[in-house]
Write a protein that binds this ligand. Structure first.
Ligand code: HEC
Length: 122
């Protein structure tokens, strides 16, 4: 009886860890699907800001005076280094989005490419 419970526990652990590895494998196709062709403000960057940043960085009193909900203001924050510093959690910047995990790798990649390409609008 005791040996039976022991085997059940081992099987349970093995099952759990195989689930874990399955999930990990599932992540790779997602990363491969990251489409970074023609990264521009209207199609990729604006939606990322809309979903993660604009709630705190728009309107009459945006946090830290940083405005992320329009092209001109975001371009300014991109060019002075604050945008990348904050989203990539660089030393000396307050990590963004505030009190939340880092943005998905694909979003970060797009933001980096957008900045490197000179913040194209579309
Ligand atoms: C829940 C509200 C909230 C969200 C969501 C949020 N921010 Fe912030 N952000 C803040 C606050 C508050 C500060 C000021 C922090 C401080 O000065 O300590 C700030 C500061 C910043 C700064 C200045 C950082 C620095 O150290 O110079 C940038 C740039 C910034 N946010 C960009 C973003 C971006 C981009 C996103 C989305 C990925 C985002 N924020 C999401 C609240 C938020």
């Amino acid at each position: 009886m005791k040996a039976g419970s022991f085997i059940t526990i081992i099987l349970f652990i093995v099952t759990l860890s195989s689930c874990y590895y399955d999930n990990e494998e599932d992540l790779y196709p997602q990363q491969a699907e990251c489409d970074t062709t023609n990264v521009n403000y209207n199609d990729q960057i604006a939606p990322i800001m809309q979903n993660n940043c604009n709630s705190c960085h728009s309107g009459v009193s945006p946090n830290a005076g940083v405005i992320t909900d329009n092209y001109e203001d975001l371009k300014a924050v991109a060019e002075n280094g604050q945008l990348w510093g904050a989203v990539n959690h660089e030393p000396g910047y307050t990590p963004m989005p505030r009190n939340q995990p880092k943005l998905p790798e694909c979003d970060l990649k797009k933001i980096r490419i957008w900045i490197d390409n000179g913040t194209p609008r579309n």
